[in-house]
Design a binder for this molecule. Structure first.
Ligand SMILES: OC[C@H]1O[C@H](O[C@H]2O[C@H](CO)[C@@H](O)[C@H](O)[C@H]2O)[C@H](O)[C@@H](O)[C@@H]1O
Length: 948
């Protein structure tokens, strides 16, 4: 290669990746001077990125491009659009608008060097102050708007060479509001840079020349690109090669940069640095093989220029993928599990960052590794997010789009879930073709016919899977003294067989036939009825029962399925159907492993599960953390809320959601509709779908006691509630992870989790304990106060333990006095709330998991108090709640022959009701909680007393 060719290569985009990869190759062989490569946390980084994407965007295509534009939008003002609208009104052509925006972006990017900590800019139009990059952006925007970069009084909105050359330090000082109290780092440097830009524009007429004798402008690069020989124009688009733009940036603006230390043959190369480990044995003084180019600022500028050309002039850029992630070492986030490390360097970096000069060999290796690691992460993220064509087709049928919309609005079946649980009986492509052949205004009959000829039976892809061996006489039965209850308990124990399922490969008539079921490898237990797949929160209570039934292997396989889901998706979906993939549910996986481990002492299972549990923990941390500042101490605390990104009806309740959101007299605008869809799905994520607990107005009456209360649903505010049960469970998860880490000898995680638990405990006490009510309450972000509605969620902190130390016995008894009164007032189990709304997680419904939480909390208090069983008020109450629950389950079963999912507090003979679907039978969590109660109180439980 000639010297000229070497220089050309080192200035090229292609060289950045190529050389950085060479450094990475050395790292893979552990041959770097300053770092070791450790990829053990790579997957964590990938999951963190995916969680952030899912948290902030509905779709990957919504992620805005990297570039300067975002800085101009700070404070929610679209400043670029303000200018463009003004120009459009004055009939300025699209090309000229693009030139002007390019002018602005070029100067603004160049002025964006570190401003220091003391400087800020007060925007005259809004009175808001901004610092750092945003402040510099707004200051340069105002300069541009005021015509300070233009030499033409007739056209102030431009940047031209004649004016730039004459800009002096006072111009910049004034425009940037700099004075002794508001010092800006590098003030003089900035004004010189602008002058050098003016000179560069003049030196390169090939890129920037103005027409008709007008001075050169940065924006004229648009004309250069459009007329370049490599640019192609079709009817649809103008396509510019990225290398063409790159040469404008790198060659056209070369002289604006101060000469760098790295030069070849007297040519200064810019952001290019020597890296010792790339030197070969035979290297000579003029070798260039060890030079690593980064060109960070040029890439930042290029990213920034592409965006307006795409958006305003509809230009397509070919080869954008050759640009890299920006090689700054701060892009390698050490806390999230950076993949290469050197403890000494990190110590140095954390304590004294400025000790590293930009040419420090540590920084050069670090930046090169950053370029490649970002690529590695990006590829993995893309793979995990990328939907195959088949998946996209499947989503079109079952998750969103015209087909789903038409079928669900036609109301063909008794409820929306039936359709989305029907597998196709033809290849998915054919189903879509058959649908497009239907007339636009297809009748209900035609749609029904279409479904019948293309889809099978709901749940057809799953089969019964009997459990073998099945213990016929688990030991808990020995302790049950009431003969009636003994028979009842035996019957419940046997139901596990009826609820056991697996995926059947051969259930569908063709290889390309598909269903919404997310395949899991092992057997699983379903709740029952319409819930024919795995459900996240239900499974915890089911596992409690399986363990009592001594079905340890079944419990283990069941948990393995959940671990696999976390491996695959980074989280546990609400249920194992693709339409549940946009949300999770109450995070009880860590507790499932805890009770399994407690029952079996299976340490090797714990070892296998532990990293996956950390991943799941991290999913919640990243996705749903909210930081609250305590008004008195000004201290900041992290708590969590449920939150789902969604702007469409839930496929399994499509018609219901559609009616709530679209068919009402509220005249919701598009944004309000989207918000409501998100709050609806968020309520489903909470497991309390639906409840007055999440409503802005919890007292809207239902049209009839059994009807879904749509008016109340229209006031959902779910994402703004910090739920006390969720935070109690996360607290338990932190404690449990710390205990697991202890068992596995991981001191670091043991400590980290302990301290996270401590801070959450403090936050729950501060924000949720209500002295007046003597209860832990949800915290409402909208009002900034605790919720005032009584719900059984208040008892989860007692399940989570450890709050006892902060509360007096009187306070604890005060909390549970509410439960005592409910038992006195109603014949059945304590109801979910005291408001009758027509929603299923409200009065008078009594749900098994909530009764479990009360009993568990009381037993914990009893154990902590260390009293003999007969003396404990808490234990007595735990027994009473247990007896009530057993009575309701028994009495309803006696009358109907089935086990229900929820019960009626007003009548032990009645199941629960209301809500958007009819009460279901089976039922997983009822059986689980019943068996668990039998194992605790079998010898004391009395024959049930039924209401009539
Ligand atoms: O189809 C409506 C909703 O059904 C599920 O929620 C209800 O059943 C679950 C399974 O027993 C239970 O975990 C949840 O607490 C119930 O409210 C489902 O989880 C929802 O996502 C779904 O939209």
């Amino acid at each position: 290669m000639s010297v000229q060719e070497k220089i050309k290569f080192l200035k090229s985009l292609q060289a950045i990746r190529e050389r950085s990869r060479k450094v990475y190759k050395k790292a893979e062989k552990n041959e770097l001077k300053h770092f070791n490569l450790d990829l053990s946390k790579l997957q964590d980084a990938v999951i963190t990125v995916i969680s952030l994407i899912k948290r902030d965007y509905n779709d990957i295509s919504e992620i805005p491009p990297h570039g300067r534009w975002r800085h101009f939008d700070v404070g929610g003002r679209s400043r670029v659009h303000v200018l463009m609208d003004q120009w459009k009104q004055n009939n300025i052509t699209t090309q000229e608008i693009t030139r002007r925006i390019l002018d602005l972006f070029v100067v603004s990017v160049l002025l964006d060097a570190g401003a220091g900590n003391s400087w800020s800019y007060k925007e005259p139009d809004t009175g808001s102050s901004f610092n750092r990059s945003e402040g510099l952006a707004i200051a340069s925007y105002d300069m541009f708007k005021a015509g300070l970069f233009s030499s033409q009084s007739s056209q102030p909105h431009q940047v031209d060479a004649d004016r730039l050359i004459n800009i002096n330090v006072d111009d910049v000082r004034k425009a940037f509001q700099v004075d002794d109290n508001n010092p800006l780092e590098g003030l003089e440097g900035r004004s010189k840079l602008l002058s050098r830009l003016g000179q560069a524009l003049k030196n390169h007429p090939e890129f920037f020349e103005g027409k008709d004798g007008l001075p050169p402008r940065p924006g004229n690069l648009l004309d250069y690109l459009l007329s370049h020989s490599t640019t192609t124009t079709s009817q649809l688009a103008v396509t510019v090669k990225i290398d063409t733009l790159w040469s404008v940036v790198v060659d056209g603006l070369a002289e604006i940069w101060p000469p760098t230390r790295t030069s070849v043959n007297g040519v200064s190369l810019g952001d290019v640095w020597p890296c010792e480990v790339l030197k070969s044995a035979g290297s000579t003084a003029d070798s260039t093989e060890h030079l690593v180019p980064f060109h960070k600022l040029s890439q930042w500028l290029t990213y920034s220029l592409i965006e307006p050309m795409i958006k305003i002039s509809n230009i397509t850029f070919e080869g954008v993928e050759h640009l890299t992630g920006l090689p700054e070492y701060r892009n390698a986030d050490t806390e999230r599990g950076l993949n290469f490390h050197n403890d000494n360097v990190f110590q140095k970096a954390v304590e004294v960052v400025p000790m590293f000069e930009v040419d420090d060999p540590v920084v050069i290796e670090w930046r090169a590794m950053t370029v490649v690691i970002l690529d590695v992460i990006a590829e993995k993220v893309r793979k995990e997010l990328e939907l195959t064509k088949e998946q996209l087709n499947l989503a079109q049928i079952y998750c969103q789009g015209k087909l789903l919309h038409k079928i669900q609005l036609a109301n063909l079946f008794e409820e929306s879930k039936v359709f989305v649980d029907k597998p196709t009986i033809k290849p998915v492509d054919e189903v879509l073709k058959a649908f497009s052949a239907l007339p636009e205004n297809a009748t209900k009959e035609q749609l029904f016919q279409f479904v019948n000829s293309n889809f099978g039976l709901e749940g057809q892809e799953l089969i019964y899977s009997p459990i073998s061996p099945f213990p016929s006489n688990p030991s808990f039965l020995d302790d049950i003294s009431s003969p009636i209850l003994l028979n009842f308990a035996k019957m419940i124990h046997m139901i596990w067989n009826d609820l056991s399922r697996e995926f059947d490969e051969n259930s569908l008539p063709c290889k390309e036939c598909e269903s919404t079921f997310i395949r899991v490898e092992k057997k699983f237990i379903i709740p029952g009825g319409r819930f024919r797949e795995l459900y996240y929160q239900d499974s915890y209570y089911i596992i409690e029962g399986l363990l009592v039934s001594e079905l340890f292997e079944v419990a283990k396989n069941f948990i393995e399925n959940f671990l696999d889901l976390v491996e695959r998706y980074g989280f546990v979906p609400n249920g194992s159907r693709i339409y549940y993939l946009n949300r999770s549910q109450t995070p009880l996986l860590i507790q499932m492993v805890k009770i399994y481990y407690k029952a079996t002492n299976d340490t090797s299972f714990l070892e296998r599960a532990f990293p996956t549990l950390l991943k799941e923990y991290d999913y919640w941390r990243v996705k749903s953390t909210v930081t609250l500042t305590h008004s008195q101490s000004n201290k900041r605390y992290n708590l969590n809320h449920y939150t789902v990104k969604n702007s469409l009806p839930r496929p399994e309740e499509y018609l219901e959601d559609y009616i709530v959101v679209e068919q009402n007299s509220n005249n919701f605008n598009e944004t309000q509709k989207k918000q409501l869809y998100a709050d609806i799905s968020t309520a489903a994520e909470s497991g309390w779908d639906f409840s007055s607990r999440w409503a802005r107005n919890p007292y809207i009456p239902s049209p009839s006691p059994l009807e879904n209360n749509r008016e109340m649903l229209r006031t959902l505010n779910t994402r703004n509630i910090i739920p006390v049960d969720l935070n109690s469970i996360l607290y338990m998860n932190e404690i449990t992870l710390s205990e697991f880490a202890d068992v596995l000898g991981n001191k670091y995680i043991k400590q980290v989790m302990k301290s996270k638990a401590n801070q959450r405990r403090e936050a729950i006490m501060l924000f949720m304990w209500d002295e007046k009510m003597n209860l832990f309450m949800d915290f409402n972000l909208t009002s900034g106060t605790r919720s005032e509605i009584f719900t059984l969620a208040s008892y989860f902190p007692f399940w989570a333990e450890s709050f006892t130390e902060s509360l007096s016995t009187n306070e604890l008894l005060g909390s549970f006095s509410h439960i005592k009164s409910l038992l006195e007032k109603y014949p059945g189990s304590p109801p979910t709330t005291l408001i009758r709304t027509g929603l299923q997680w409200d009065f008078p419904n009594a749900w098994p998991p909530l009764e479990y939480a009360i009993i568990k909390g009381l037993i914990n208090l009893h154990t902590k108090q260390n009293q003999p069983i007969s003396d404990s008020e808490f234990m007595k109450l735990a027994f009473d709640v247990s007896q009530r629950f057993v009575s309701s389950a028994y009495c309803t079963w006696k009358l109907s022959g089935v086990i229900f999912e929820k019960f009626n507090a007003l009548d032990t003979n009645l199941p629960g009701g209301a809500g958007e679907y009819t009460v279901q039978t089976g039922f997983g969590w009822t059986n689980g909680v019943l068996l668990w109660i039998f194992s605790l109180f079998g010898d004391k439980l009395q024959n049930p007393t039924c209401t009539h």
